[in-house]
Design a binder for this molecule. Structure first.
Ligand code: ATP
Ligand code: MG
Length: 767
């Protein structure tokens, strides 16, 4: 039931006594932030003070007061989910569904949209593929191998992290300072970064960092394009500004000039993405970036009880580097923040499940509760318990669904259909299900592709039509390539969910899992069905694939009354009546890794994360810690987190689990223990993702890269043609022969020993 913007406006309630209805209920500072439409505005305020509400209302106001059309507003949210919610809320505020908010989304999704429009200016085709972390790492491995570096001494993962960091800082290969490039393989960092970019361009692909970095480059190098966007974006709005990185900051500055109608909202106490390159300085230097900026502070918290607010404020006070803020609330007093001591994670899950059931019995909705974990491996224990007792839950955040093996495989098939040049996707599925195209055959395809300067698909097709390849590999490859031709042809005639079904069935992929008798196979088939169901909402296959590359949140069945399980990072900006915060143990939270890598700064970021967790709660918060935790298969005894001891005693109540724990009260009193020694009990989303990749079944071993140097060398004679009938030639496998027919690079050669064969020119030398 969507309608146009104009319709929505005309149907909106008429402003009463000169004041639009959406302003009612705002406090004076919020109102000021909403109404200060022109010029730079920064809302710097603590959790739950209505920053997001201000931003949403401001957007509605710009539309309602006809200062701008939906397409003239650039609005950046932190997650795709937040973007959807904002659209809905704006619809509610001004009455009716607003269409045409094309520039409302995450930095990544808006960057991708811009880059597609100007792909050719960035050396890409508009159907470029967006690589995820897994593909990115594969490609970096190739680049490392091609440079003859020992993977063990110079882990590709390390280079991947560096490149990410450079991209977050807005550095192209030429911009990387000398000192930085020594961070990898004795100063080769920047050269390898350049080689990696070169490979991306050859593959017609961009990684996440490129979505902004390449866009910045295009804007800088093409004044007319920049001008077009500056004219277009009359107003810019940014939520969670404290978590922007340098590249995002540069991008905003470019687009906001010269009008500077930019409104950013954020909270320096909630900056939790330092590990991903966010610079909290961006928010603190707003007034320098945008002279004359109006800075508005909000102090009333509308979300939480005084107890929760006092616990959170008491904790964050421990951070030295912060600009103190005072928050107050008019909310009625509630129950203190509970701290529960349990024996182990199993008991922790059991207790929380019991409390959720009790909530249900009291008639409270499960959807009003959330479990926020520091590390995603903590989720499994809860999932298992909830499954066992039949408690409905959903896991939110992290690319979990799309990271599953069968989903990645299916997407790889679809990516090859949509973009035949996608080598990484092609490699992933060429022998899945096993169709006799082994490593040897793939090596041949890779060599041929390199020699001819074409993609793996093109090389595969040509090889399969020649006698270079024999037996099962040849017939299978032929069938597969015929399949791709057919499916690509069907793209225009079949609805894309039907096309996906066809591809998965005809390729034998579904059959592979049907034949699999393992316990997981059934679930995998279910997931494939779910994938196809999820394609429905998209206009076409490309749109769907783009969405998948961007969505870092699992798209799950949103309906139904379910408790949410998510990471603390993923919970930013959200709120729940009841919040469970499990695993507050030294080493797990604060994460040992964070402290080891970044010292005090790391610890303070962990504390901000704890602050984010506490301030998600509206009515009730329960922290828990286990005395024993199993990490990487080993039991470790665990100390309660120092954060527990930092909570102001007045706001906290200690509880003991049925399993006894080891005396929460004693632990609570035993203040500020020294750093614990269980260094493996850490986790971070990035590290977690890295772990997922080494799990069995997660990653198919790559065929050895042969002639590694070749990938970095330009192809002098791309098609390798130039043979004519009668030429004497030599072939590595078939020996000497004479060309009897030449058709471009496809040749028929009569070999002295092997007889007449169809071969491709790339494998021949003059004999
Ligand atoms: P966070 O820092 O966690 O992102 P925030 O500052 O963005 O928080 P919001 O999510 O916008 O805060 O608001 C917190 C809660 O307070 C929401 O439920 C919101 O609807 C409510 N709220 C905000 N302002 C008001 C107000 N003036 N009157 C009543 N409720 C309000
Ligand atoms: Mg918010």
């Amino acid at each position: 039931m969507s309608q146009s913007f104009e319709d929505a406006l005309s149907e909106a309630a008429a402003p009463v006594a000169g004041e639009p209805p959406y302003l009612a209920g705002l406090n004076p500072e919020q109102r000021e932030a909403v109404l200060a439409s022109d010029g730079p505005v920064l809302v710097l305020a603590g959790a739950g003070t209505g920053k997001t509400r201000v931003l949403t209302t401001r957007l509605a106001h710009l539309l309602y007061s006809r200062r701008a059309y939906p397409g003239q507003i650039l609005a950046v949210t932190f997650t795709n989910k937040a973007a959807r919610e904002m659209k809905e809320r704006i619809g509610l505020l001004i009455g009716g569904v607003v269409e045409g908010m094309q520039w409302l989304g995450t930095f990544h999704s808006i960057g991708a949209r811009m880059l597609r429009r100007h792909a050719e200016l960035a050396g890409l085709k508009s159907n470029f593929t967006i690589l995820d972390a897994d593909d990115q790492l594969r490609l970096i491995k190739q680049v490392v191998a091609a440079a003859d570096l020992d993977e063990k001494r110079h882990p590709p993962r390390q280079l991947a992290a560096l490149i990410d960091r450079w991209k977050n800082r807005g550095w192209l290969p030429a911009d990387v300072p000398n000192g930085e490039t020594y961070g990898y393989a004795a100063g080769k960092g920047a050269i390898l970064y350049a080689a990696y970019q070169q490979r991306l361009a050859e593959l017609n692909a961009a990684d996440f960092g490129d979505l902004l970095l390449s866009t910045i480059k295009v804007l800088r190098e093409n004044p007319d394009v920049l001008e077009e966007y500056r004219r277009r974006f009359v107003y810019i709005l940014v939520d969670e500004y404290q978590d922007t990185n340098v590249a995002q900051h540069q991008w905003l500055k470019l687009l906001a000039a010269p009008r500077h109608n930019i409104c950013c909202v954020g909270d320096d106490d909630q900056s939790i993405y330092g590990w991903r390159g966010a610079e909290v300085d961006n928010i603190l230097s707003f007034e320098r970036d945008y002279p004359g900026a109006k800075v508005i502070r909000l102090e009333q918290n509308y979300r939480s009880t005084p107890e929760i607010l006092s616990a959170a404020s008491g904790l964050i006070k421990e951070n030295r580097s912060r600009h103190g803020k005072t928050l107050h609330t008019k909310a009625a007093s509630g129950s203190p923040v509970a701290v529960l001591s349990v024996w182990d994670a199993e008991e922790e899950a059991r207790q929380i499940a019991d409390e959720l059931e009790a909530m249900q019995k009291r008639g409270e909705r499960l959807a009003s509760a959330a479990i926020l974990v520091r590390a995603s491996h903590q989720m499994r224990e809860f999932e298992e318990r909830f499954v066992a007792v039949g408690l409905p839950y959903r896991v939110i955040g992290g690319p979990r669904f799309y990271e599953r093996q069968e989903i990645r495989d299916a997407l790889a098939y679809l990516r090859v259909v949509a973009q035949g040049d996608d080598d990484l996707a092609f490699e992933r599925i060429v022998n899945k299900p096993k169709r006799g195209i082994g490593d040897k055959a793939m090596q041949d395809v890779q060599v041929a592709a390199r020699r001819m300067g074409v993609s793996l698909s093109v090389a595969a097709r040509r090889l399969s039509e020649s006698d270079e390849m024999t037996g099962k590999a040849r017939t299978s490859l032929r069938q597969l390539m015929d399949g791709f031709d057919r499916w690509r042809a069907a793209m225009t005639s079949l609805p894309h969910p039907d096309l996906a079904t066809l591809v998965l069935e005809e390729s034998g992929y579904v059959e592979m899992w049907q034949a699999d008798k393992s316990v997981e196979a059934e679930g995998r088939l279910e997931n494939l069905k779910e994938l196809i169901r999820s394609m429905d909402g998209f206009e076409n296959l490309t749109g769907f694939l783009e969405h998948v590359s961007l969505v870092m949140e699992a798209e799950q069945n949103e309906t139904g009354d379910k408790v949410s399980i998510m990471t603390l990072h993923g919970a930013k900006g959200l709120e729940f009546d009841t919040v469970f915060l499990p695993g507050w143990e030294e080493g797990l939270f604060p994460s040992q890794r964070s402290m080891d890598e970044n010292g005090l700064a790391g610890l303070e970021e962990e504390r901000r994360l704890a602050y984010v967790g506490l301030t998600r709660g509206k009515k009730r918060v329960q922290i828990s810690h286990a005395a024993n935790r199993r990490t990487h298969g080993l039991w470790q005894s665990a100390l309660p987190s120092r954060f527990i001891s930092e909570l102001p005693p007045g706001a906290v109540e200690l509880k003991e689990g049925v399993g006894g724990g080891f005396g929460g009260r004693a632990a609570f009193a035993e203040n500020r223990w020294s750093q614990s020694d269980f260094s493996s009990a850490y986790d971070s989303p990035g590290w977690r993702r890295a772990q997922a990749q080494v799990q069995p079944g997660g990653l198919r071993p790559r065929p050895p890269v042969i002639e590694a140097q070749a990938t970095l060398v330009a192809h002098s004679d791309p098609e390798g043609a130039g043979f004519a009938r009668g030429d004497l030639v030599r072939h590595a496998k078939f020996g000497q022969g004479r060309v009897v027919h030449a058709d471009g690079n496809k040749l028929t050669v009569k070999f002295d020993a092997a007889g007449e064969k169809k071969v491709i020119a790339a494998f021949l030398s003059r004999g």
